[in-house]
Ligand binder design. Structure first.
Ligand code: NAP
Length: 310
């Protein structure tokens, strides 16, 4: 999905404003001048889109709920479909600071083959997603406070996790790993905060001055996700993008901590490899985890499915 630079700058400006006001004012309108606050009963005639906490429906602009974000979006028939889609996709994340203080927004974004593989058996996954997906991933990074991957992804892919392909600030880079000395392979990114989340019962030396160690308890060797989210809140991280891999996705999924899941589905077949999820077997289709409020986005020659997991 291609997005105009103007609309992207308007969304970034909105994200900064939402950080500062945390939702004290509740009706935002998009006009040619960008997003501005208005009283619900004095909306501008040239409004292209209206974001509100209660459904503000007019004959010309029916309101639709934006996932489970507690926000409603009304769009003018004159707004083109790409811009409307971009608002639907990015506004709930840009306005994450409007959520109650104690809630962290958790979004998972991963790319898979048509047959559900996210890496080859050898651990190779670059690039399953196409260029549009890469730009989308960088927009997501620019909208969240932190981007998290598991230790295996850190070791296999050595990701920078910064924002390079679009305008925007870098989030904090967060790695779940008890093997801090193995993470020296991670590239340094100037000015980017790197947090290594490790268990609180082991003394782990860090050879890297740019790593901050965050101690977080594990229960039976498994990370306590709600304790982690609380720690991250204390560090100012209230919106989190989980970029994988599957074990890390599974950890958040089994803890019931994921708000939204986005899966980029690439037109390729692996026939083998690492699946997106590897859960205990289910017997009937009724036992599947069903996403809610789903929609899809065309990404060049691929599609991306978005939906709520809770
Ligand atoms: N297609 C995609 O979108 C995509 C995205 C990301 C990654 N990948 C691919 O996925 C593969 C790696 O995935 P993976 O599933 O093997 O590993 P992973 O999720 O990247 O990392 C797993 C590691 O993270 C830490 N960890 C995760 N959950 C934990 C928990 N509940 N408790 C304690 N530690 C936990 C542990 O680190 P330590 O062992 O270090 O303690 C664990 O070994 C790579 O091949 C990568 O290229 C694909």
């Amino acid at each position: 999905m291609n997005l105009s630079e103007t609309l992207w700058r308007q969304i970034l400006a909105l994200r900064s404003a939402a950080r500062a006001d945390q939702g004290d004012q509740t009706v935002l309108c998009l006009t040619d001048a960008g997003f501005q606050y208005y009283e619900p009963n004095s909306l501008p005639a040239d409004a292209q889109a209206v974001v509100s906490r209660t459904p503000l429906t007019t004959a010309a602009m029916p309101a639709a709920r934006l996932l489970d974000s507690g926000l409603y979006l009304s769009t003018s028939p004159s707004l083109d479909r790409t811009r409307e889609h971009a608002l639907r996709l990015y506004l709930p994340i840009a306005l994450a600071d409007w959520r109650p203080q104690s809630e962290t927004l958790v979004l998972v974004h991963m790319a898979q083959s048509l047959d559900g593989r996210v890496a080859t058996v050898a651990g190779h996954s670059q690039w399953i997603g196409n260029t549009e997906n890469l730009h989308h991933a960088h927009r997501l990074r620019a909208l969240v406070d932190g981007v998290l991957v598991g230790g295996n992804t850190a070791r296999c892919d050595k990701p920078r996790l910064d924002v390079r392909h679009v305008d925007g600030d870098n989030p904090a880079r967060i790695i779940l790993s008890n093997h801090v000395s193995d993470l020296t392979c991670l590239p340094r990114v100037e000015g980017m905060r790197t947090l290594i989340v490790c268990s609180d019962d082991e003394g782990l030396p860090s050879e890297r001055g740019d790593f901050e160690l965050v101690r977080c308890k594990r229960v039976g060797g498994i990370l306590d996700v709600s304790a982690l989210l609380e720690h991250l809140q204390d560090l100012g991280i209230r919106s989190l993008l989980v970029e994988g891999g599957p074990k890390t996705f599974q950890t958040f999924q089994q803890a019931g901590a994921i708000d939204w899941l986005q899966v980029h589905i690439a037109p390729m077949l692996f026939g083998s490899g690492n699946p997106l999820l590897d859960l205990p077997q289910i017997t009937t289709v009724d036992d599947a985890i069903a996403l809610r409020d789903t929609f899809y986005t065309v990404m060049g020659d691929a599609v991306m499915m978005t939906g709520r997991l809770r």
